[in-house]
Each structure stands twice: as structure tokens, then as C-alpha cells.
Design a binder for this molecule. Structure first.
Ligand code: NAP
Length: 254
């Protein structure tokens, strides 16, 4: 129970990696605020956590809307009294295509969700953490920060900028005992990445072929990412801030 008595908000936790992190946190004793835009997904996740003995609250949020984030923070504090951990996980792919072809409105969506979202959520959670005497903020990056991909300027740029946001926030709030770290996954099969197996008659074949490209011989799981997030959220990492942790089966070591 490495997160016993901690209160954690995980954005975008109705599905995928965020849901896995929420599950991992609840298993370690945290009280978890599950949130995202699709209320049904949020409620499904809350039901799952509670049915496994966890303590969870579901709140609808859009991380691009400051008023919505304020409501999320108020609901969390009202239910649990404080916030110890914030995981800025909500993310989108955004515009696809080179800069002559990409849709500029989708470029802005990527920047708003993936970069400004973490800034806005942190902006409203930090005063609660300052009052409590500390906390841990985990920004979810991507292996695409170091292994950029053709046609993914919006995604790579929005995630890449998180390196600097994380480091500056870590310096700004070290005095408050608020640690800020970046956790970058490589491929985990979720709604977001399901397209990678769509061309295969047998998805297991696609998973195996993708996995063979990784030094550790497989793609990641939600649990792999959750375990690293538990470490960064827990008191085991009290001297770790401004760090960039790749959880990627060795991919960016290449
Ligand atoms: N899967 C991978 O291989 C991989 C690799 C590297 C990094 N990542 C990163 O991991 C994070 C989670 O991705 P995933 O793979 O788990 O995909 P996912 O299942 O699509 O999760 C993304 C989550 O973000 C939420 N979201 C999107 N826009 C939002 C907004 N404006 N406000 C609030 N929530 C919003 C979505 O919920 P709603 O639609 O209900 O709002 C969804 O639950 C992302 O930041 C992604 O970039 C994933």
C-alpha cells in the first residue's frame, strides 16, 4: 500500500493508460479521482475500481477548459480534503500530415490538450498542494519526444514541449516540496493506438511483430506504465524531480 492516504487525480482515466494508472494507484491504497470528457467511461472505471475494493470518485472534465478544471479540483477537495498527486495523462494525436498539409485547428487541439492541459490542471492543483505542504505531478509524455515520426509534427511538438514545462515547473515548485516529473511510454495497445493492429487479420500477430522491434521483445502494457507512475507518486521518489523517465522496453536507447 505505497499510496495509502494519498489523493490522486488522473486525467483521461476513463480509458487506456490513464485507467491503468488509476487501477494501479487504487491497488496501492490511493483515493483516486477518475476524470475525462466521456462520463460513461469515467463511471465504468469508477465501478471497476470500487468493485475491487478501491476508493474512487468520478468527475467529468475537459482539460482545455479552465472552468471545468476548477470544478474538478473543487469536487476532489470536497470529497477527499486535499490532492497529493496529479497525473496529466489526457492526450490526443492531433493533426496528421506535414506542415503544408496538416489541419491547423487540429494542430491547436494537440497543443491545447497535450501541453496547455497539463499547465492548466497544474495551475489549479498546485495551490492545494502548497497548502498541504507538497505533492507529486506526473506529466505523461511519449517515446515520440525522442523518436519523432514523419507526419506527426503536432503530437511530437506538443509532447516535446512537456520536457521543458516539466523541468521549469520542477524548479519553480521545489520550494513547495512539489515534485514534477515526465513519464514517457512507448507503444501500449489502447483506443489511441489501436490503429496499429487494424491491418492484421489476427491482432495478436501485429502485437508480436511490433513487440519484436523492442529491445525487451514486447510492446508495453497499462500495468508497466502504472508501476512507474506509482513510483513517481509515492514517497519512494522523494528526491526525484524534473526527471524524464522512459518506460519503453528500451526503445529510445537505440
Ligand atoms: N498508448 C500508447 O502507446 C501511448 C504511447 C505514448 C504516450 N501515450 C500517451 O498516453 C496518454 C493516454 O493515452 P492512451 O493511449 O491511454 O489513449 P486513450 O485511451 O485514448 O486515452 C486518452 C484519454 O484522454 C482523454 N482526453 C482526451 N482529450 C481530453 C480532454 N480535452 N479533456 C479530458 N480528457 C481528455 C480521453 O477521454 P475522453 O475522450 O473521454 O475525454 C481518454 O480517456 C496520452 O497522453 C498519450 O499521448 C500513449
Amino acid at each position: 500500500m505505497r499510496l495509502k492516504n494519498k489523493v490522486a487525480i488522473v486525467t483521461g482515466s476513463g480509458s487506456g493508460i490513464g485507467r491503468g494508472i488509476a487501477r494501479g494507484f487504487a491497488e496501492e491504497g490511493a483515493r483516486v479521482v477518475v476524470c475525462g470528457r466521456r462520463l460513461q467511461k469515467v463511471q465504468e472505471a469508477v465501478t471497476e475500481l470500487r468493485s475491487n475494493g478501491g476508493d474512487a470518485l468520478g468527475v467529468q472534465v475537459d482539460v482545455t477548459e479552465e472552468a471545468s478544471i476548477k470544478e474538478l479540483v473543487s469536487a476532489s477537495v470536497e470529497a477527499y480534503g486535499t490532492i497529493d498527486v496529479l497525473v496529466n495523462n489526457a492526450g490526443v494525436r492531433g493533426a496528421v500530415g506535414d506542415v503544408t498539409a496538416l489541419a491547423v485547428d487540429e494542430w491547436w487541439t494537440a497543443l491545447k490538450v497535450n501541453l496547455t492541459g497539463p499547465l492548466l490542471c497544474s495551475r489549479h492543483v498546485i495551490p492545494v498542494m502548497q497548502k498541504a505542504g507538497g505533492g507529486s505531478i506526473i506529466n505523461i509524455g511519449s517515446m515520440r519526444i525522442q523518436h519523432v515520426k514523419e507526419g506527426a509534427a503536432a503530437y511530437c511538438t506538443s509532447k516535446g514541449a512537456l520536457v521543458y514545462l516539466t523541468r521549469v515547473m520542477a524548479l519553480d515548485h521545489a520550494k513547495d516540496r512539489i515534485r514534477v516529473n515526465l513519464l514517457s511510454p512507448a507503444l501500449v495497445l489502447t483506443e489511441f493506438t489501436h490503429y496499429v493492429v487494424e491491418g492484421y487479420d489476427d491482432p495478436a500477430e501485429g502485437i508480436k511483430l511490433y513487440g519484436a522491434q523492442y529491445p525487451l521483445g514486447r510492446i508495453g502494457t497499462e500495468e508497466d506504465i502504472a508501476k512507474a507512475a506509482v513510483y513517481l507518486a509515492s514517497d519512494e521518489s522523494t528526491w526525484v524531480t524534473g526527471a524524464h523517465l522512459n518506460v519503453d522496453g528500451g526503445m529510445v536507447a537505440r
